[in-house]
Write a protein that binds this ligand. Sequence first.
Ligand code: HEC
Length: 162
Amino acid sequence: MRSAFYKQACRPLGAFAIAVTLCTFAALTSVPEAFADETGASEITLPKMDADAGKSLFADRGCVVCHSINNVGGDTGPSLDASNLNQSRDPFEFFARMWRGAEPMLHLQQADLGYQIDFSGQDLADIFAFVQDGTMQEGFTEADLPDHIREIIDNGPSIPQE
Ligand code: HEC
């Protein structure tokens, strides 16, 4: 049997606790929305990704010098086959990892191309789409390599010595 004290003090407290829990949950779950409005994040636009364009860019911009796809390309960096389980499916993570490899990539560009390759956001989106697209990758062959890139692969990339 409940004591009078329970009825008077604890029951309302119990209801209060439930209300607090519900309100906290509601507040927490609504945070992302509020955040989006405050920062304008709700206006973020993502480019349309084109794996076919990415295939040309992957060869033309020199990624293929150090990364192979479908057994085409160098092995200085990890293979970017879509079947590679370590491959990041998250574009932000993908480019964060790419950033970590930036030093040898920039060195190669300066040494072998004489300039730093410029990418637009669209270019990067297309490259990401190609890297994720196993079917498109099956059609990637030596024939896709422009001459100047093929030459660099044959000579080996100019990676800085540790
Ligand atoms: C000069 C050689 C070179 C070129 C050119 C190059 N990379 Fe890399 N890349 C590397 C190396 C080396 C690493 C590994 C860095 C590490 O492990 O710290 C790497 C890492 C990466 C990673 C991270 C892989 C992982 O799983 O952590 C991605 C993604 C990547 N490169 C994408 C690209 C793309 C896309 C291009 C073309 C725009 C490119 N790379 C051009 C050498 C290169």
